[in-house]
Design a protein around this ligand. Structure first.
Ligand code: ATP
Length: 235
């Protein structure tokens, strides 16, 4: 049975100064779904995610989260309603691992995040909890970024290019962790260029030139010859 959408974006326009980047973007994420937003460099993925989470303003259109119209709400209010954003630069390098996680929880005014549970998911972070985040490898930093985001106890985690800067081995590790989170019922919206993430996606949106060019299931995407050629380099 279809569940009500958790997040709905309808006709979103956004940009910078006189430059319009997004043109009437529609997108939906249902509870527990993993939605992949694909698009090449400059397609507008980051701009769109920022408008969803309230870091830039949607000039037109509406954003609804769990039944509430959040279009004019500030970012912190959207977080309290269950939507957490993980940018490409997700952690503070000078702060310790544990301080980073606590900051993630503070974002929703949570006094004591369930750090032990997070350390169970990411044991390497427990071992290094007093060290600065800058001492972590690229892959471990990404884990910390995810742990910090989870400390805010989101229903929906919005991620900008979790594969950025990672070796193929660590990309696999991130995909494994995301499929684990999906198994626990967390909804994910992931902007990526790396099609490896199709493995965890339940639905795909393709953004090109600030417009949604395709939305559908992974199977429907691979059935589409033009998209197959553009994203898989196949005929
Ligand atoms: P990438 O994978 O490189 O992050 P993207 O799909 O996320 O690409 P955006 O970062 O949203 O794309 O950029 C969309 C367009 O907006 C680009 O033309 C970019 O140059 C422009 N842009 C992005 N940020 C700003 C900004 N702060 N000021 C002005 N223009 C910007």
């Amino acid at each position: 049975p279809e569940t009500a959408p958790l997040l709905t974006a309808q006709g979103v326009d956004a940009g910078y100064g006189t430059m319009q980047v997004l043109w009437g973007v529609d997108l939906e994420v249902r509870a527990g779904e993993t939605v992949l937003l694909l698009g090449t460099n400059g397609a507008g993925k980051t701009t769109f995610l920022k408008s969803l989470v309230g870091l830039i303003e949607a000039r037109h259109g509406h954003i609804r989260l769990g039944g509430a119209d959040v279009t004019r709400m500030r970012s912190s209010e959207r977080m309290r309603l269950g939507m957490t954003y993980m940018s490409e630069l997700a952690v503070f390098p000078d702060l310790s691992i544990e301080e980073n996680i606590r900051i993630g929880a503070q974002a929703i005014g949570h006094p004591s995040p369930n750090i032990d549970e997070l350390y169970e998911t990411f044991p390497v972070l427990r071992d290094k909890r007093r060290n600065p985040a800058s001492s972590l490898s690229g892959g471990q930093r990404k884990m910390l970024g995810i742990a910090k985001a989870l400390a805010a106890e989101p229903r929906l985690l919005v991620m900008d290019e979790p594969s950025a800067g990672l070796s193929p081995l660590f990309v696999k590790e991130v995909i494994r962790i995301l499929s684990d989170l999906r198994g626990r019922g967390l909804a994910l919206l992931i902007a990526e260029q790396n099609i490896g993430f199709l493995e965890v996606a339940t639905r795909v949106f393709v953004l090109e030139g600030g417009r949604i060019r395709f939305s559908g299931t992974v199977a429907e995407m691979t059935d589409n010859e033009a998209l197959r050629r553009a994203y898989f380099g196949l005929k």
